[in-house]
Design a protein around this ligand. Structure first.
Ligand SMILES: Cc1ncc(COP(=O)(O)O)c(C=O)c1O
Length: 385
C-alpha cells in the first residue's frame, strides 16, 4: 500500500521558476535571468564578519529570536528608515524572508482560513499559504494603457470574509515593481483594524526604488500593537541570497509566540550568519545605494532594448529589480520561456508562475552585469521581433 503525503502538499501548484531553470540546465551557455538575485557577490564586510565569527568559535546554538545585538541593530535600522521608534521587542530574526513569511502564517492561519493576496505575486507567497491548508485568494491588479499597475481597493476588501486571516501585500512588488501608495496603505490598515485581519507586508525590496530613497511602508504608519507583520530579508539589498537571513517586525505581544515557532522550525539562525548580517546592516549602507544604481543601469538597458520590439509591452518598473512584460500573441509562457532557452540562450521566468492572469508574460531579473544583460536583451529582441 502506498504511504500517502498530505493532500495540500500533493495539490501545490508547479514551481514554474524552478521548472524552467531545471529545463535550462540541459543547455550550455544560457544566460540565467530567471531567479530573483543579482550576479554581485556579497560585499566584503559581511563576508569578513562571518569568517571572524567562525574563527572565534561561534558555532553553537543561538537564541530562538536572534542575537540581541542583531535585533538591536535591526530595530535601529527600522527606526531610522521609518522615522519612528521601533523597539527590539518587535524584531524576530529568521532564516530568510521566506521563513519569516512561514512564521507569520503559522502564527495566524488554520486549515480552512484564507489569505487574500494581490497578484501578480511572488509564487512562494501563494504556496506558503496553500501549504498551511489555507486558501490563497487572489485579487488581480489592473495594468493600464499608461503602463502602470493599479490596485482596486474595493475588490481587495470585497474578497475578505470571516475566514480571512491576512492581506498579503508585497510592495515593492515582485514581479511588477508596483508600489502600494501611502494612502492605499492607510486605507488597508484602517480596513484591517476594523475587521481584525492581519497585514503581511512583504517589504524585501523597499530599498530598491528608483525615484526616491525608500518605498512607502506599513511601518511608517502602524502602531506597535497593530496587527502587521513586516517581512524583510538580507537577501536583496545586501546581495546575501545564499546566506538565508531575514527578519519579521511584528507586535511585541506576539514576540514570544514567534520565537516558539522559530524554535519549532529551524530553532535559530547560525551565529556566524547573524554576525554577517549585523556587519551588513551596520556598515553597508553605501553598498545598498550602489546596488540600487547598479539595478537602475540594468533596468534602462532592458527597457531600452525590449521597448523597441513591437510585440513587447514593457514599462520601466518603479522599484525592485525585475522587468515584467507581455508578448503579443503568446499564450503559453512556459513554452515561450523554453523556446528562449533553446533558441536565444536566455533564461527567464514564465508569467504563469505569478498568477493565472499573467499567462503570456515573462519576468527577468536585471540586477546583472550590463554587458551580459545587453547580450541577453539583443538575443531576446532578435527572437521576438
Ligand atoms: C517578494 C519576495 N519576498 C520574499 C522573498 C524571500 O527572500 P529570501 O527568502 O531570500 O529572504 C523574495 C525572494 O525572491 C521575494 O521576491
Amino acid at each position: 500500500m502506498k504511504a500517502p503525503i498530505r493532500s495540500t502538499v500533493a495539490a501545490l501548484r508547479p514551481q514554474g521558476i524552478s521548472d524552467i531553470s531545471i529545463y535550462g540546465a540541459q543547455f550550455d551557455g544560457v544566460i540565467p535571468l530567471w531567479y530573483g538575485e543579482s550576479d554581485l557577490p556579497t560585499p566584503e564586510i559581511p563576508r569578513r564578519a562571518l569568517i571572524e565569527s567562525l574563527n572565534k568559535g561561534e558555532t553553537f546554538y543561538q537564541a530562538e529570536s536572534g542575537r540581541d545585538e542583531l535585533r538591536d541593530a535591526i530595530a535601529a535600522y527600522d527606526s531610522g528608515l521609518h522615522g519612528r521608534e521601533i523597539k527590539a521587542d518587535r524584531i524576530t530574526v529568521t532564516a530568510s524572508g521566506m521563513t519569516a513569511l512561514h512564521v507569520a502564517l503559522q502564527t495566524i492561519c488554520d486549515s480552512g482560513d484564507n489569505v487574500v493576496l494581490v497578484t501578480p505575486v511572488w509564487p512562494n507567497a501563494d504556496g506558503a499559504v496553500a501549504i498551511m491548508g489555507a486558501e490563497p485568494r487572489r485579487v488581480a491588479m489592473d495594468y493600464g494603457d499608461d503602463g502602470l499597475w493599479r490596485l482596486d481597493l474595493d475588490r481587495l476588501f470585497d474578497a475578505c470574509d470571516d475566514r480571512t486571516r491576512a492581506l498579503f501585500i508585497n510592495s515593492p512588488n515582485n514581479p511588477t515593481g508596483w508600489m502600494c501608495s501611502a494612502a492605499e496603505q492607510q486605507a488597508i490598515l484602517d480596513f484591517t483594524r476594523q475587521r481584525g485581519i492581519w497585514v503581511i507586508a512583504d517589504e524585501v525590496y523597499k530599498r530598491i526604488v528608483y525615484d526616491r530613497a525608500t518605498s512607502p511602508s506599513f511601518l511608517d504608519i502602524c502602531e506597535s500593537e497593530d496587527a502587521v507583520f513586516a517581512v524583510n530579508s538580507f537577501s536583496k539589498s545586501w546581495a546575501m541570497t545564499g546566506w538565508r537571513l531575514g527578519w519579521l517586525t511584528a507586535p511585541p505581544s506576539v514576540f514570544k509566540t514567534l520565537g516558539s515557532i522559530v524554535q519549532l522550525t529551524n530553532s535559530n539562525s547560525p551565529a556566524f550568519v547573524q554576525a554577517g548580517g549585523l556587519a551588513a546592516i551596520q556598515h553597508c549602507e553605501p553598498f545598498v545605494h550602489e546596488f540600487r544604481d547598479y539595478c537602475a543601469v540594468g533596468r534602462d538597458i532592458v527597457c531600452d532594448v525590449l521597448g523597441r520590439v513591437n510585440r513587447i509591452r514593457i514599462s520601466p518598473p518603479q522599484a525592485a529589480f525585475y522587468a515584467f512584460f507581455a508578448i503579443e500573441g503568446e499564450t503559453d509562457s512556459m513554452a515561450l520561456a523554453q523556446r528562449l532557452v533553446r533558441e536565444a540562450g536566455v533564461g527567464v521566468a514564465p508569467g504563469i508562475s505569478f498568477g493565472d492572469d499573467s499567462e503570456g508574460w515573462l519576468r527577468l531579473c536585471f540586477a546583472q552585469e550590463p554587458e551580459l544583460l545587453r547580450t541577453a536583451m539583443d538575443r531576446i529582441a532578435a527572437m521576438l521581433r
